[in-house]
Design a protein around this ligand. Structure first.
Ligand SMILES: Cc1cc2nc3c(=O)[nH]c(=O)nc-3n(C[C@H](O)[C@H](O)[C@H](O)COP(=O)(O)OP(=O)(O)OC[C@H]3O[C@@H](n4cnc5c(N)ncnc54)[C@H](O)[C@@H]3O)c2cc1C
Length: 284
């Protein structure tokens, strides 16, 4: 029986693991990939402590290596189910089954990409996956946001603060919101440009843009959290001030609980959640 299993070895999970270990708790950390930054070569420029921009994947790997150096047990595996039985939390992965007194969900958010001509070519060249990360470079520009649900609204709120010219492209999907904003609902056919993206071509027309923000993500982790009846609002797990969900002993931190989708915030969440888990285990 583990004291705590941390699902996810991104910034939130690793930060929590480090604080728990130093408090004398032995966490088991299970992660399947580099999370939000998997498959991307984006450079991180806004996180403390790096004099030069660092590749996102390198930053995540540094965190994993730091935890391993401290003797924290880290396993690469995918969690496929999370249940409660008469022993405690039952975490089922593709290879093993583990029991734990408490669980921290730090599984991030899945951000969907687009299988559209020009998407890969202009990713990082006018096409961004993160408004809070890159929006600053597009102040007062002509912007497009591609999405239709809660994640799109989250990113739109930020973009509307930096530009008065933001158009929503739903890419043929139904818009799940009642908002006053310019909306193009035709499917996107391609992204066009030279060095950088300059136009979005849809089935009905061609639209000039300076920047495109993709916000089509649906957090898959919410699916298995829902198996336990965790309260979910706008695709975020709801936690109290101790980062505990409505299920006793089940905590959550990082992108999965919403707010700013940023590394600094995920690291902070992890630290706070670790403190609460420590207190929870002490009182058990
Ligand atoms: C393209 C891009 C660029 C970004 N640039 C910046 C930036 O410049 N600055 C910044 O501060 N932030 C940036 N971000 C945001 C930042 O990456 C996230 O806010 C941060 O990584 C969130 O940390 P997290 O620990 O909550 O989740 P993640 O980093 O997403 O980690 C989630 C972890 O959960 C694991 N996991 C998920 N499901 C399972 C499962 N079923 N079983 C096992 N493991 C699972 C994953 O494998 C991963 O280890 C960017 C994001 C993207 C997508």
């Amino acid at each position: 029986m583990k004291q705590v299993i941390i699902i996810g070895y991104g910034p939130a999970g690793i930060s929590a693991a480090i604080y728990l270990k130093r408090a004398g708790v032995e966490p088991l950390v299970i992660g399947k990939d580099f999370g939000a930054l998997e498959g991307y070569s984006d450079l991180i420029e806004n996180y403390y402590g790096f004099s030069k921009p660092i590749e996102g994947k390198k930053l995540i790997q540094e965190g994993i290596d730091q935890a391993k150096r401290l003797g924290i047990e880290i396993i690469q595996d995918a969690v496929i189910s999370l249940k409660i039985d008469d022993i405690g939390f039952l975490v089922v992965t593709s290879k093993h089954r583990y029991h734990a007194k408490s669980v921290l969900l730090s599984t991030g958010k899945t951000r969907t990409t687009l299988n559209i001509p020009g998407f890969n070519k202009f990713r990082g060249k006018g096409i961004s996956m993160c408004a809070t990360c890159d929006g600053y470079f597009y102040r007062k520009k002509k912007l497009a946001i591609v999405g239709c649900g809660a994640y799109m609204l989250h990113e739109l709120e930020y973009l509307n603060r930096i530009s008065q010219d933001v158009t929503i492209f739903t890419h043929g999907n139904q818009l799940n919101a009642d908002i006053e904003q310019k909306i193009i609902s035709d499917p996107i056919v391609s992204f066009k440009g030279n060095e950088k993206v300059t136009h979005i071509e849809t089935t009905q027309g061609m639209y000039e843009v300076d920047g495109v923000f993709i916000a089509l993500g649906v957090p898959s982790s919410v699916d298995f959290a829902s198996q336990l009846g965790v309260i979910v609002e706008k695709n975020n797990l709801v936690v109290d001030e101790d980062y505990q969900t409505n299920v006793e002993g089940l905590f959550a931190a990082g992108d999965i609980i919403g707010g700013k989708l940023q590394i600094a915030k995920a690291v902070y969440d992890g630290m706070e959640a670790a403190d609460s888990i420590y207190q929870y285990l002490k009182n058990k």
